[in-house]
Design a protein around this ligand. Structure first.
Ligand code: FAD
Length: 332
């Protein structure tokens, strides 16, 4: 492989029912910075049916070019069609860096494409950079239970690929009227060549929360002790019109479902306001919430690690402080 031939930063544009998912726009922001450093184009890769109209939005968010495959066969995500189509594009155009959102489909596709074109992949990254001198992409992610950040390099193969968690990179402010080039491509597969078929898409009715999109999160830790203590936290969340979050210990205690868990093995969140109530601040929790705009911690232990991550801290008993806050906000 002549790695010098590979040029350009690519972002896989995930769309669901004709709407671009947020992480793809965030990756255009991150990709723009990488492309500018390298002095190359930023390209989106968009697959679907009747999706061409999404290209102007991608230019406004930073793309210079968009490769589009608009075909009923790629209307819904399927590993075998997307892997073949994206693999063919990679072989044809040879991008240097290729980013995917760490969504269910993005993770599936990135690993399939890595196998298809025989390159490496760094999964679940939270930091991206370039070593310009060596022209190497640096993809970093928490490792060893979140205790260190590992920077992973792909020295001998191209493209250098990463999946990136949502809400970690910043979307650019859209630039209305910014334009670029649309490159229409086709897919060589036919429906009868395929082994899989999407029969029906059933929405997960149980997942009522969308922690990743929440503006205010009131999160409970083991300090709440039991259901009565947990109710104090949900009461505060109610008056603030906030979403409830939880540490893993609270989830494991059965006080709330896993979909509310914040942290390394839960959701990564970036609300405007995050209350950490009775949460010690273990690194596996903090890695999921440290990018919140404002963090307020309530803990009776003045040495609790959560105070290192918090912008404001209240040292005291949550059983006294939380009901007072709830009352204060209720009457405000
Ligand atoms: P504790 O650490 O027990 O802290 C309870 C806190 O409450 C203490 O600081 C205490 O001072 C305070 N407190 C007690 N009583 C009161 C009171 N009356 N008033 C005020 N404060 C009080 N954890 C996550 O949260 N999310 C994850 O995604 C996650 N993933 C993990 C992945 C791996 C591989 C591993 C090994 C661990 C993971 N953990 C995760 C677990 C993590 O290491 C911690 O065990 C967990 O976050 C601790 O939860 P906690 O802060 O609620 O409980």
């Amino acid at each position: 492989m002549n790695i010098e031939e590979y040029k350009g930063v690519w972002v896989f544009i995930e769309q669901i029912e004709g709407e671009v998912v947020g992480v793809s726009l965030e990756l255009l922001g991150a990709g723009r910075a990488l492309a500018d450093k390298l002095g190359v184009d930023l390209c989106g890769v968009l697959l679907g049916h009747n999706v061409k109209d999404l290209s102007p939005q991608l230019f406004e968010y930073g793309a210079d070019k968009v490769y589009v495959i608009d075909d009923p066969i790629v209307e819904q995500y399927r590993s075998e069609t997307y892997m073949k189509a994206v693999g063919d594009l990679v072989r044809k155009y040879k991008p240097e860096i290729f980013l995917y959102g760490a969504t269910a489909n993005g993770k599936d596709l990135a690993s399939a494409v890595a196998t298809e074109v025989m390159t490496g992949l760094t999964a679940d990254t939270t930091m991206l950079d370039i070593d310009l001198e060596k022209r190497l992409f640096e993809a970093s992610r928490p490792a060893f239970g979140g205790n260190i950040m590992a920077t992973i390099l792909c020295k001998k193969h191209r493209p250098q690929m990463a999946t990136v968690r949502s809400k970690v990179m910043k979307m650019l402010d859209p630039e209305p009227g910014r334009t670029g080039e649309v490159i229409e491509e086709t897919i060589s597969l036919k429906e009868e060549d395929l082994r899989t078929k999407v029969l029906e898409i059933v929405r997960d009715a149980s997942k009522k929360v969308n922690l990743a999109e929440a503006e205010i999160i009131v999160a409970a830790g083991k300090g709440v002790k039991d259901a009565a203590g947990f109710k104090l936290v949900t009461d505060l969340a109610d008056v603030l019109n906030a979403t409830v979050g939880a540490s893993r210990d609270v989830v494991e205690a059965g006080l709330i479902g896993h979909e509310y868990q914040v942290g390394q093995t839960g959701e990564t969140v970036t609300p405007k306001l995050y209350f950490a109530i009775g949460i010690s601040g273990a690194v596996q929790h903090v890695v999921g919430m440290s990018n919140s705009e404002t963090i307020i911690a309530i803990n009776k232990d003045p040495d609790a690690q959560i105070f290192n991550a918090a912008h404001y801290g209240v040292v005291g008993d949550l059983f006294e402080i939380v009901p007072m806050l709830t009352e204060e906000f209720r009457t405000a």
